[in-house]
Design a protein around this ligand. Structure first.
Ligand SMILES: *Cc1c(COP(=O)(O)O)cnc(C)c1O
Length: 376
């Protein structure tokens, strides 16, 4: 079934296609000048010193764990209300995820109080996820991290150009990961970015991205190097120039796209304010954010969330759930997880359609439908 109103819409036009074709015709399609151009653009737009392009955000998170020196015996505090990659990356390096709860339905990001409760002598880092692009409570989290000498990794997948006290998300902790998966704010199919202000971390990430090799093919093809050494056990986490050239076009569109999304959110907030039995997370946020998704929490006890979703879908509106909590998945069922707020939100959240071109008439239709499905 194709939905009348999808959850998400790509903002592609001829620019992305033309950029990809140009790169293909250029004769250099793997990591090269387009990746370098994209990285430079990223550092400028995100006010960060170093950007390393990677094949996806999962690899970027893996790199974050590696450059933070995490390994076996270390504990890393992470929310359960996130995508699996935010937690799996901890296990890739042999460390142990420790779940912390979210603040509540009004603020569905990790709770600084619960972080403090979960700290043990083994705790080495915190992974923060900025849900929907709304900032986690970074002042409190950085204070806790400084007090206990913990690294802070930002999974900033949802929040490109989102701000917290005027700082861009992803530039507050030690390092951060972004995704260019198709349904993210910057879309290239697959792709991602690692960013940091720490030179040592940036160098290590760059090395580990490509097998721990001291030179890249592009440098050798240009005659800038003729051989290489392998100095670390690295990976192949590289982005290619075809996708990088698409990402460059996407970055050019990012700010205006997010400005339109902010208008969409504003109209949603007005319309939703007339509806009973829902909570809108981050309703009081005043800063510029990416509005990656539009989550609402349904508070009625009379109907099940999944029944409400099925009703909405039958009217041609696609919805989603962000997220099925990680601690409930089979491979995490043996991890300690007393997470009442996460449990509540994972059972009551519905993600409504969100994209720049979503019209007022569409939002009227979505919200009227939602109201009937919840309260009708
Ligand atoms: C999409 C997403 C990821 C994974 O990104 P990929 O680029 O698909 O690897 C990780 N964390 C969060 C919060 C995400 O939304």
């Amino acid at each position: 079934m194709t939905y009348k109103i999808p959850l998400f819409n790509l903002n592609f036009d001829d620019k992305e296609a033309n950029a990809a074709v140009e790169t293909i015709k250029s004769g250099w399609i793997s990591t090269g000048p387009k990746c370098a151009e994209l990285e430079k653009m990223f550092t400028e737009m995100f006010s960060v010193k170093y950007a390393v392009s990677v094949s996806n955000c999962t690899d970027s998170l893996h790199l974050c764990c590696l450059v933070c020196g995490l390994g076996p015996g270390d504990e890393v505090i992470v929310p359960s209300l996130t995508f699996a990659a935010s937690v799996n990356c901890i296990r890739y390096v042999g460390a142990t995820p420790v779940f912390a709860d979210i603040v509540g339905p009004q603020h569905i990001n990790i709770d600084p109080c619960d972080i403090e409760k979960k700290i043990t002598p083994k705790t080495k880092a915190i992974i923060v996820v900025h849900m929907a692009g709304f900032p986690a409570k970074m002042d409190e989290i950085m204070q806790i991290a400084n007090k206990h000498h913990l690294k802070v990794i930002e999974d900033a997948c949802h929040g490109p150009l989102s701000e917290y006290n005027g700082k861009k998300l992803g530039t507050i902790g030690d390092c951060a990961a972004f995704s260019f998966f198709s349904n993210k704010n910057i879309s290239t199919g697959e792709g991602g970015m690692f960013i940091t202000n720490n030179e040592e971390m940036a160098n290590k990430a760059r090395l580990l991205r490509s097998h721990g090799m001291t030179t890249m093919s592009y440098q050798r093809a240009g005659g800038h190097a003729t051989s290489y050494d392998i100095v670390e056990l690295g990976y192949n986490f590289r982005l290619d120039d075809i996708r990088a050239s698409i990402a460059i076009e996407q970055l050019k569109k990012l700010k205006p796209d997010l400005e339109q999304r902010a208008q969409v959110r504003q109209y949603y907030l007005e319309k939703l304010s007339n509806i009973e039995n829902i909570i809108i997370p981050f309703a009081d946020n005043k800063e510029f954010v990416s509005n990656y998704i539009m989550p609402v929490i349904v508070t009625t006890d009379k109907k099940k969330r999944d029944d409400i979703r099925n009703l909405i879908h039958s009217t041609g509106v696609q919805t989603s759930v962000h997220y099925p909590a990680i601690h409930r998945f089979s491979i995490y069922k043996n991890y300690p997880s007393y997470l009442p707020n996460t449990d509540y939100v994972t059972e009551h959240e519905i993600t409504l359609p969100m994209y720049a071109k979503l019209g007022h008439d569409d939002i009227d239709y979505i919200v009227d439908t939602l109201n009937i499905c919840i309260n009708g």
